[in-house]
Write a protein that binds this ligand. Structure first.
Ligand code: ADP
Ligand code: ADP
Length: 229
């Protein structure tokens, strides 16, 4: 079973069609980069996979589970999908550790101590071992985004979706986040990444999808997109 199967997906915001007949399969372990101009539907596409946006036509199947409007299906899909946003969406008045354990405890019902152990494991992976008891607001943007990645990983998803994860960062912090994502890719995580970082796409992507006006207009290995003269 592929990680994600999208068939004939169309989505409208009111009368505006944001996605038109999108077909996309993401294999297990695949690293997909989604690029294209601003407003082409990249963010809409990955938000739809995680049921953060609804859709009117077509089919999304995650790990063999069809995403319907039923709460059970939405929950089952979200359980498998981790999401990292441009804005890190951490709670600034909670500590790093509290940010990472909140959903584990409240959504998954995992006991406090076990949730903390798990979160600390993933904070170690993103190399934020010493900052667990700081408030999120005390960290740099790059550190906050790595905490957001650890928070998503703590839920132990099968696939990670990234929506322009470095676009809100100061330039000097972009590398540390891309390095974390590259490390994750090396460990075999299935990833779909909306990004303008062509270096990352060239090094990490198995496949690049290019969107324009709500459609996938091209896809192929990064070597086809970025010729090295
Ligand atoms: P991208 O991520 O490629 O920049 P988006 O998926 O954010 O593109 O947006 C695709 C199109 O849908 C844009 O024209 C955008 O203005 C429109 N759009 C996005 N979100 C909404 C919304 N909540 N309501 C109406 N239109 C939206
Ligand atoms: P309608 O709202 O037009 O009566 P449905 O709610 O049954 O129709 O779904 C319309 C389409 O939206 C179907 O193809 C359905 O598979 C798809 N769909 C499935 N899951 C979702 C979801 N979480 N959000 C929005 N649309 C979805």
């Amino acid at each position: 079973v592929p990680a994600v199967q999208i068939r004939n997906l169309s989505k409208w915001y009111g009368s505006f069609q944001a996605l038109t007949d999108v077909d996309l399969t993401i294999s297990r372990g695949e690293k997909l980069v989604i690029c294209g101009p601003s407003g082409s539907g990249k963010s809409t596409l990955i938000r739809t996979i995680n049921a953060l946006e609804n859709f009117q036509k077509g089919q999304i199947i995650v790990d063999g589970i069809e995403l319907t409007r039923k709460p059970d299906a939405v929950e089952a899909v979200r359980k498998r999908v981790g999401m990292v946003f441009q804005q890190f969406n951490l709670f600034p008045h909670l500590t790093v550790l509290e940010n990472c354990t909140l959903a584990l405890r409240l959504v998954r019902g995992i006991p406090h101590k076990e949730a903390e152990e798990r979160a600390l494991h993933y904070l170690g992976k993103v190399r934020i071992p010493d900052q667990a008891h700081k408030y999120a607001s005390q960290l740099s943007g790059g550190q906050q985004q790595r905490v957001a990645i650890a928070r998503a990983l703590s839920m132990q998803p099968d696939i990670m979706l990234f929506d322009e994860p470095t676009s809100a960062l100061d330039p000097e912090m972009v590398k540390e986040v891309l390095d974390t994502m590259t490390q994750l890719a090396g460990e075999g995580m299935t990833m779909a990444v909306v990004t303008h970082e062509m270096g990352f796409a060239r090094q990490v992507a198995d496949r690049v999808v290019f969107m324009d006006r709500g459609e996938i207009v091209e896809h192929g290995p990064p070597s086809e997109f970025f010729s090295n003269p």
